[in-house]
Ligand binder design. Structure first.
Ligand code: ADP
Length: 548
């Protein structure tokens, strides 16, 4: 067998008892109050810029850390005690950034709520987490007001913005801060293993599950974002954070900003290509982080309007597979290099980054970042070789990888201390991971696997295809066959698309069926929603326009 992943470590508790203890300051707690102290001591020239409907607002870090102190005082006044959960229901903004630090640094747990959840899911996660207070953008407040009578644990709503709301027990954010003393807040010493933040998975693969991040995990994860072989965020960066701060800690970029005082450019609700392109131009942004669908929108806009994107050092692309054709077009036509990154809610999220790959448009997700270990396993849980071909379920472990789900005793999702990611991947001898599917999306035809992701990437490389998602269809003879749902920008027939695929894949991979649709269902974070697509197919709603 070829070289496999990292050698197993004896996982007995005895391994944690030193035979001869080192004489370093090992009690120094890796907790967020440290990050806040650092931001206060070394605020640099950085600022937080927020796009609002009335234009951009900006604040330098000394001003922001003073507001974080006031917010921490206010939380105490509201009666929030250590360990209690405090929700946020908000776009990316300076106030959301302030919540990111005041809540965990005062000892409570920041629970970022996904603003796109269905009301039933939203009520479920708020009740499951038992949120005591929720900070909400005024424009989003009606969505919470509609379910407020189903949220008995919530004692106060803090409204960020100007618009009056129907929420019971609501108080204005600025009012709350104005009533706080200007004196610095006396942050408690927080043990690094204490919970700092809570985020529920988006439920694309089942019910939402809570991932409870410790202070230590967040501090270590965000410091790894600064490593040059990982994302390499720098103090001089001006980073556009398009990834929602309600999704996996905003990829950890707000925490990284506390460590290096880089500028954060927060688009609020203005995540359409035009305001984003203008933000990049006007603020001379140097990095941007978003999912492929947003890059695809940005590419279409840039092809037509030619904004000046030359200030960007690179863009980070994660959350779903980066179609190579998209990366190539952004690179060739607009000089933008995309860094491909893989991760999930359970991995804080950064697990692998393509930084070291020589091909800037490689579909590979990259190598495990330092401190994260990755391996692939077969159906029995046995480890598979790193030969760049054999697919298996990707498993991860490391200091910022979940070890269990919040208030969920089921051991599902873990294999001998490793997180089972539900992703199918192969790993090459150099350690580069390439995802081929999710275990639930894999198409098994005549006993052989067909990679839906590879078919999608190839289809999206066709000039007439804007979006493509491939799902399994039950088939009497082969068990399953692929069905490609495609959004076209110009006319193309099923036969033409099959001919386009033919040189690249085995013939049994070629889909017999194509559904030409106006749009594809997307999840709350902009990924193709294959569960919804399968439901459409089962209901016969993909039929219109289908072609064999
Ligand atoms: P959910 O599991 O609810 O969709 P996450 O946002 O945690 O929510 O999604 C994590 C999943 O997203 C990964 O398990 C993987 O399937 C997919 N993903 C993340 N990054 C990439 C990437 N670079 N390429 C392909 N898929 C990715």
């Amino acid at each position: 067998m070829q070289r496999c992943g990292p050698a197993p470590v004896a996982g007995t508790p005895l391994a944690f008892a030193p035979v001869l203890a080192g004489l370093m300051q090992d009690d120094f707690q890796l907790a967020l109050p440290y990050a806040l102290r650092r931001l206060r001591s070394y605020p640099g020239e950085g600022e937080v810029v927020t796009l609002t409907t009335a234009g951009a607002t900006r604040a330098a870090y000394p001003q922001i850390t003073a507001r974080i102190d006031r917010l921490a005082h206010a939380l105490r006044r509201l009666g929030v005690t250590p360990g209690e959960r405090v929700g946020t229901f908000a776009w990316n903004s300076q106030r959301h950034f302030e919540c990111y630090f005041a809540i965990p640094c005062s000892g409570a747990v920041l629970h970022t709520l996904n603003i796109r959840l269905h009301p039933d899911h939203l009520a479920y996660v708020i009740n499951h987490a038992q949120d005591r207070v929720i900070f909400v953008d005024d424009t989003l407040a009606p969505r919470l007001a509609a379910i407020a009578d189903r949220l008995p644990s919530v004692m106060r709503y803090v409204v960020m913005g100007e618009t009056p709301t129907d929420l019971p027990n609501a108080i204005g954010y600025e009012e709350l801060l104005a009533d706080s003393p200007e004196t610095p807040f006396d942050y408690p010493e927080i043990p690094e293993r204490q919970a700092a933040a809570l985020c529920y998975t988006t439920g694309t693969t089942g019910e939402p599950k809570g991932v409870l991040y410790s202070h230590r995990a967040i501090v270590l994860h965000s410091s790894s974002l600064l490593m040059t072989d990982a994302i390499g965020l720098q103090a001089s960066d001006r980073a556009v954070l398009v990834v929602p701060m309600f999704h996996v800690n905003g990829w950890g970029w707000p925490h990284a900003a506390a460590l290096n005082a880089m500028t954060l450019l927060l688009p609020g609700p203005h995540v359409q290509p035009e305001p984003l392109a203008k933000l990049i131009e006007q603020e001379r942004a140097s990095v941007i982080g978003c999912v492929p669908t947003i890059y695809a929108d940005l590419l279409r806009y840039a092809d037509e309007h030619h904004p000046d994107l030359s200030s960007l050092r690179f863009g980070v692309c994660g959350g779903s597979a980066m179609p190579p054709a998209l990366a190539q077009a952004l690179h060739d036509r607009h000089g933008l290099r995309l860094l491909h990154a893989w991760g999930m809610t359970e991995t804080s999220p950064m697990g692998a980054v393509s930084r070291a790959h020589p091909d800037p448009v490689s579909p590979k997700q990259g190598k495990a970042v330092p401190f994260v270990e990755l391996r692939i396993t077969d159906e029995g849980g046995g480890e598979l070789p790193w030969d760049g071909q054999t697919p298996g379920e990707l498993e991860a472990r490391g200091p910022w990888v979940a070890s269990a789900y919040y208030e969920d005793p089921s051991p599902d999702g873990f294999n001998d201390g490793w997180l089972r990611t539900g992703d199918v991947a192969h790993i090459d001898p150099a350690g580069f991971v390439q995802l081929t599917d999710r275990t639930k999306d894999v198409i098994k035809s005549g006993g052989e696997w067909i990679s839906s992701v590879e078919l999608e990437n190839l289809l999206m490389a066709h000039p007439a295809v804007r979006e493509a998602a491939v799902i399994a269809m039950p088939d009497e003879r082969f068990g399953e066959r692929p069905l490609a749902a495609v959004v076209l920008t110009s006319p193309a027939s099923a036969e033409e698309l099959r001919e386009h695929l033919r040189p690249h894949v085995a013939s049994f991979w070629l889909p017999e069926r194509f559904a030409f649709v106006d749009s594809l269902p997307k999840t709350s974070v902009g990924k193709f929603d294959k569960r919804a697509l399968r439901a459409l197919r089962e209901a016969g709603d993909l039929g219109a326009g289908s072609e064999r």
